[in-house]
Design a protein around this ligand. Structure first.
Ligand code: M6R
Length: 600
């Protein structure tokens, strides 16, 4: 989704901005631009497509030490050069980049800008034109910005240049993430610390409804009412090598390969000195006082939440509801007397989940965020955080974060059960270790996964994934992986449900991926496979060792049944990867998608 960078200092700003935007490419975007300011004025370069396309139009001769940049994921107006950011006011005095959505931009246009001819279809242009209008009415830039922010409704992270003030970047934030980075003789702005890690590790987080006046040697944070805010900087705990691809052709492949290490890291991170798995005592306490856990998440994180429900109910005895965040906030169910909310979000920035968190906090209920990004918005705003320890996930398709989510859900449910005095009939550390080894075996079987992708998915238009019990939830995730990166229409189903309608879609050769990891329903899923095979389907059965039968396409190394989601998802990720490769899709940056979905 949209990204922002900004720099003010002594270096050539163009390269710093372009490199910063390249680091944000993984978030998904369809156009990009930069604006630089020097004594002669502002120069804007923008282009539809990739940063490489933007590089082609940037004039190397322009020399400037101050500038802002943006990657745009279209919300208002098609992705084209005109709608790309930065946007300028009519006189070109003000230049702005913006992430987020201004909900009342039509009203603002009508009320204040009826005589202004807009150059784009974006809500963003309204902000910059309002600033110009109020400045022409006699307000200083900061007051014009402040007045504009009082009037607009919605989400924004923005950076503003004023042609008449070549020593300042004005910054503001509400609901969309934004950071200010500090350096010696320079300062930066970034929607994600990763973008500016090339120049600094020191960041100051911004809160909603704050404005920042950024000079090259000072940073002043103000509230909207003008009062000054003091906030210390923190060190971004990110290793550049974590965010480089190394020798891998794609981040997705690297991240799938990292999954065994991620499981082992989670064991270490949650183990105490006695080698027992444990979690924050405040979270144990919150679980203890809850009569029901509400898991709120989107996409892959929602699929992990479905597995989490099994863990909390079966291991910890806590009733759980799992909800899609974009639905929950606007159609809230009747809550239990003592609800506890668990937000699962890899990025910690998903706007759909955050709108629920804001509403839930208003109602005074306790909240936990399970995230991969310490310091992310949902982590800061929830009462407690459970970290995934997966390391930065760059590919849009989530793989290692899903495995980390399932593992941390298992750790949390079992640590709570043990804290309540329950004796588990399995050793969590040992079973996680076995699962890590099993995942290693699977990621080492890439050739076989590639063969399966070729055999089943080379020419198909669609594919189905089925499973029962937790295998059903893994099927949902397998289908999401395949469709998002290969554009093959794929659906996950409970094995018994196909015959209630969807079986009508089965034709000669339709690929069906069936998971068989659960003994109690092993015969049932095989029955479901027979039903579709009788109608021409081409089955690819992936079974757990001990449950395999002749003709199964891949046998998963044996793990405890409750841990099978950690393992069964991995062949589905790899098969999707190779299917996408064969179709020459952009695996890491699939069309229309963003890594961090920061608009509702
Ligand atoms: O950062 P989050 O976990 O909140 O993101 C939620 C979804 O947008 C995300 O899982 C999405 O479905 C992935 N692209 C799936 O691979």
């Amino acid at each position: 989704m949209c990204g922002i960078v900004g720099y003010i200092g002594e270096a050539d700003v163009k390269e710093i901005l372009l490199k910063g935007l390249e680091k944000l490419e993984y978030r998904g975007y369809d156009s990009a631009g930069i604006a630089v300011l020097n004594d002669e004025g502002v120069v804007v370069f923008k282009e539809k497509g990739r940063i490489a396309d933007l590089r082609d139009v940037v004039d190397e001769e322009v020399d400037a030490k101050l500038g802002i940049g943006h990657t745009r994921w279209a919300t208002h107006g098609v992705p084209n050069q005109l709608n790309a950011h930065p946007h300028q006011s009519t006189t070109q005095r003000f230049t702005l980049v913006h992430n987020g959505v201004i909900e009342n931009y039509h009203l603002m246009k009508k009320a204040y800008l009826s005589n202004v001819e807009m150059a784009s279809d974006t809500d963003t242009e309204v902000i910059v034109q309002l600033i110009e209008k109020f400045s022409q009415d006699g307000l200083s830039t900061i007051d014009a910005l402040r007045k504009t922010l009082h009037l607009i409704h919605g989400s924004y992270a923005l950076a503003l240049l004023d042609k008449e003030d070549p020593n300042t970047i004005y910054v503001a934030k509400n609901k969309s993430p934004l950071l200010v980075g500090l350096g010696e003789g320079f300062n930066v702005v970034a929607s994600d610390a990763m973008a500016m890690l090339q120049v600094t590790e020191q960041y100051v987080e911004l809160h909603d409804q704050e404005i920042v006046i950024v000079h090259k040697d000072s940073v002043e944070i103000q509230k909207l009412d003008g009062s000054i805010v003091e906030r210390p900087a923190y060190k971004a705990e990110l290793d550049m090598s974590d965010i480089e691809k190394g020798t891998y052709p794609h981040y997705m492949l690297k991240e799938m390969d990292e999954q065994p290490a991620v499981i082992r890291k989670i064991i270490q991170a949650y183990q105490n000195e006695q080698d027992e798995l444990t979690i924050d005592a405040n979270i144990l306490d919150a679980l203890h006082h809850a009569d029901r856990l509400y898991i709120i998440a989107a996409g892959t994180s929602y699929h992990a939440g479905l597995i989490g429900k099994q863990y909390f109910e079966k291991i910890a005895g806590i009733p759980v509801e799992v909800h899609i965040s974009s639905e929950f906030g606007y159609n809230m169910p009747l809550l239990s007397a003592k609800p506890l909310f668990l937000f699962i979000t890899q990025s910690g920035e998903t706007a759909d989940s955050r709108q629920v968190l804001v509403k839930i906090k208003e109602q005074g209920y306790p909240t936990i965020t399970m995230t991969n990004v310490p310091g992310s918005t949902l982590s800061r705003e929830a009462d407690h955080t459970l970290l995934l320890h997966a390391g930065p996930e760059i590919a849009v398709a989530s793989t290692k974060a899903y495995v980390a989510q399932v593992a941390v859900l298992m750790v949390t449910a079992s640590a709570y059960a043990q804290a309540q005095g329950k004796t588990l009939d399995f050793d969590v550390v040992k079973e996680l270790g076995i699962a890590a080894n099993a995942v290693q075996t699977i990621v080492d079987s890439k050739e076989e996964m590639e063969e399966i992708a070729t055999e089943f998915l080379a020419t198909t238009r669609n594919a189905f994934f089925i499973g029962r019990n937790v295998d059903f939830y893994v099927s949902l995730e397998g289908a999401l992986k395949l469709k998002e990166i290969s554009y093959i229409q794929a659906e996950g189903f409970a094995g018994g449900e196909l015959k209630h309608g969807t079986i009508a879609l089965i034709e000669d050769g339709t690929p069906i991926f069936a998971l068989a990891t659960q003994q109690a329903v092993s015969l049932n899923i095989r029955g479901n496979v027979k039903e579709v095979v009788a109608r021409g389907a081409n089955p690819c059965i992936i079974a757990m060792e001990g449950l395999e039968e002749e003709g199964d396409r891949f046998v998963l190394p044996k793990v405890h049944e409750l841990f099978s989601p950690l393992v069964a998802v991995v062949p589905l990720q790899l098969i999707s990867y190779y299917a996408a490769l064969h179709r020459e899709c952009d695996v890491d940056k699939p069309r229309n998608l963003a890594k961090s979905v920061t608009v509702e």
